[in-house]
Structures are given as structure tokens and as C-alpha cells.
Design a protein around this ligand. Structure first.
Ligand SMILES: NC(=O)c1ccc[n+]([C@@H]2O[C@H](COP(=O)([O-])OP(=O)(O)OC[C@H]3O[C@@H](n4cnc5c(N)ncnc54)[C@H](OP(=O)(O)O)[C@@H]3O)[C@@H](O)[C@H]2O)c1
Length: 328
């Protein structure tokens, strides 16, 4: 099968298009014929091995060499074969989910615990835009943010892959949503249901005097103390991401937020979708919301398979409106 393989850390050009063996599904896994995948910051963090401090972490990119040699954390496609012990799935079934290795390839093995039936009515490309970004938004709001109906929620980075889902999910949970994004995307974010939209180039959301119950921060860029000032006493500051850096960022930002957490009246949480053990159940929750028409994937652009390196370079610039998707 054709796959973009990462043999050493580096730029998008490091990914080499190779012919390799189709993987064999292990116990509890299925082999998926990949029809679409997506690119996201997780891919280029793993590709570059940055920030370097992440190489010391168990779920990091690896110390000297990439641990994940075929990137692409989202797939949508058809079951080609099932591994030992798999029940309830058959060749031809349409699924979507998160492989540990392999969306940038024609086939990928995915644990049954990390996939679900593809939502009815979504194309493979639309389905591939969902898993990692939407699961992250769900965890940030529901589990880390403990969102409740009627709360005032601020989403910073509302136009990105995670942010476009966070705005819609927060509305689905019954919150009043203020969304922060760049000037090109204010109309898009409003169309997703945001009650108020702040153009980040015109207004600093930490200085407006508004107070929120929950801040979900996917973009970073503002000091921890300023973010906390936007929250009511007892509010929650949920950090999802922030600007990448070579050595520490965004992990340095997480550490400083956690280190000061015991001394402030707000609660701090760091979302980590990779460590989640509830991927299948959470995908089923998302499927329900998508099929009810309450959440939809926003696709910035769709690229053919051979353009994966340039799609990654484009995504890395940080201004895609929604998800960057690949047809395989
Ligand atoms: N913790 C986890 O489990 C987890 C999971 C997924 C993602 N993440 C992280 O979450 C972050 C967002 O991921 P994503 O997939 O949504 O990325 P993305 O699609 O690239 O979105 C980035 C967002 O940042 C905004 N932005 C760009 N430059 C900015 C600036 N200078 N100031 C403020 N906002 C700026 C962009 O909006 P405009 O262009 O409209 O300004 C866009 O909304 C990344 O850091 C990623 O690594 C973490």
C-alpha cells in the first residue's frame, strides 16, 4: 500500500511516499481501507518532535526517532478485515475513528475501542474531519470544564479545528457562547451559533470586563493571569492548546497554569485527548449530535493524498477555518 512514512523528525518534506506492507489487524482491531483523513497540529508536533520537552513524555513523539511513523490521527473508511475477537463489525462497514498509526496511508489498523460507525449523511471527508478535534472539544467542555446549561462560555480560537466544534457543542449543552477568532472568520463562527463574536485583532478578550463561567482556550497567546481574570470565582480555565515552540511551548504554559492553580479561586484543567479511554463512547455521542443536526464538521479545504506534505505545511500556519482534510 502507499503511505507517507516518517523515518526521522523534520519538516513536511521529511515524509516519504513509500510502498509498504498492508498491516495485519491484531486482537480487538480492524483493518480500515482509508477513504479520508485529516491533518492537525498533533501531526506536525509528532512530525517535528517538538516541543523537545514532549520527547520525555510517555505519549510524546519519541526521544530520538519518531514513535509514530505513519501520521494522520483521524480516519474514515470501510472495514476491510477484522482481527481476532472482534464482533459486530464486518468488511464493508463504514466507520470513523482514531488509529494509533496510520491515517496517511491506504490502510490503517484501528482498535475497536477507538472507532464507531460513520455518522449517516456525512461523506468520508466530512467524517474524517471529526474525531480528534471534536473529541477534544467534547472532553474540554463536558469533562474538564463540567459545562452546565445557562453558563457563559468563552471559546478562544473559535475558528480552528477544535474551536469550530467547541462553539457548536457548547451551544448544544445550552451555554451562552462568546467566541474569539481572527477577522476573516467572524461570520463563520457566528453561523455556528456563537452569541457574541470578538475579533481578536480589534479587542483583547481579557480586557473587556466580561466575566465567564468557563474559558476553553485552544489558541493561547494571553497570559494565564489575564485569562483567569475573565472568569467568575469558581470558574473553570480549560487549556487545550497554544502557540507551538521548539523547546517548551505550549507545555510551559500548561505548567505555569497548573503551578498557580492552588492559589486562585478558579479551577484549571488541561485537556488531553490522546490519553482518553472513552473514545468509542464519545464518538457515539458525537454521532448522535451530528445526526440530530446539532453539530457539523467545518472543512477549510480538501486535498488529494499526494498533497499531504503541503497540506501539513498549510495547516501549520495556524489559520485554517475548521479542518484540513485529505481524500485518500
Ligand atoms: N490537548 C489536546 O488533547 C489537544 C487536542 C487537539 C488539539 N490541541 C491543540 O489545540 C490547539 C488548536 O488545535 P486546532 O486543531 O484547533 O488548530 P487550528 O485548526 O490550527 O486552529 C488554530 C486557531 O488558532 C487561532 N489563531 C491563530 N493565530 C492566532 C493568534 N496569533 N492569536 C490567537 N488566535 C490565533 C486561529 O484562528 P484565526 O486564524 O481565526 O485567528 C484558529 O482558530 C493546538 O495548539 C493543538 O495542538 C490539543
Amino acid at each position: 500500500m502507499k503511505a507517507f512514512v516518517l523515518r526521522s523528525f523534520g519538516t513536511p518534506e521529511t515524509l516519504a511516499l513509500e510502498d509498504i506492507e498492508i498491516p495485519t489487524p491484531g486482537a480487538g482491531e480492524v483493518l480500515v481501507k482509508v477513504r479520508a483523513t485529516s491533518v492537525q497540529p498533533y501531526d506536525w508536533h509528532m512530525m517535528r518532535g517538538e516541543p523537545y520537552v514532549a520527547r520525555l513524555m510517555g505519549d510524546g513523539p519519541g526521544r530520538r526517532r519518531p514513535k509514530i511513523t505513519i501520521l494522520g490521527a483521524d480516519v474514515a473508511g470501510q472495514v476491510e478485515a477484522v482481527g481476532p475477537g472482534v464482533e459486530g463489525l464486518r468488511p464493508g462497514d463504514e466507520v470513523y475513528g482514531m488509529p494509533k498509526q496510520g491515517g496517511f496511508a491506504e490502510y490503517a489498523c484501528v482498535a475497536v475501542s477507538d472507532l464507531a460507525p460513520k455518522p449517516a449523511g456525512l461523506s468520508f471527508e466530512q467524517a474524517a474531519a471529526v474525531p480528534l478535534a471534536a473529541l477534544t472539544a467534547l472532553l474540554a467542555l463536558r469533562d474538564d470544564g463540567r459545562i452546565e446549561a445557562g453558563q457563559r462560555v468563552l471559546v478562544n480560537g473559535a475558528s480552528g479545528g477544535v474551536g469550530t466544534f467547541a462553539v457548536q457543542l457548547a451551544k448544544a449543552f445550552g451555554a451562552e457562547v462568546t467566541a474569539v477568532c481572527g477577522p476573516r472568520n467572524t461570520g463563520l463562527v457566528r453561523s455556528l451559533g456563537a452569541d457574541e463574536v470578538i475579533d481578536r485583532t480589534k479587542e483583547d478578550f481579557t480586557r473587556g470586563g466580561r466575566r465567564f463561567d468557563l474559558l476553553v482556550d485552544t489558541a493561547g497567546g494571553r497570559p494565564v493571569s489575564a485569562c483567569r481574570r475573565t472568569l467568575v470565582r469558581g470558574g473553570a480555565y480549560v487549556i487545550v492548546g497554544g502557540p507551538g515552540g521548539r523547546w517548551f511551548s505550549p507545555i510551559g504554559h500548561y505548567v505555569s497554569a497548573l503551578a498557580t492553580d492552588p492559589f486562585v479561586s478558579q479551577r484549571t484543567a488541561i485537556t488531553n485527548v490522546i490519553r482518553s479511554t472513552e473514545t468509542r463512547n464519545n464518538l457515539l455521542t458525537l454521532t448522535g449530535l451530528i445526526e440530530e443536526g446539532r453539530v457539523r464538521p467545518v472543512i477549510d479545504s480538501c486535498h488529494p493524498f499526494h498533497e499531504i506534505p503541503s497540506a501539513l505545511a498549510y495547516q501549520e500556519r495556524g489559520h485554517a477555518a475548521g479542518k484540513v482534510v485529505i481524500t485518500v
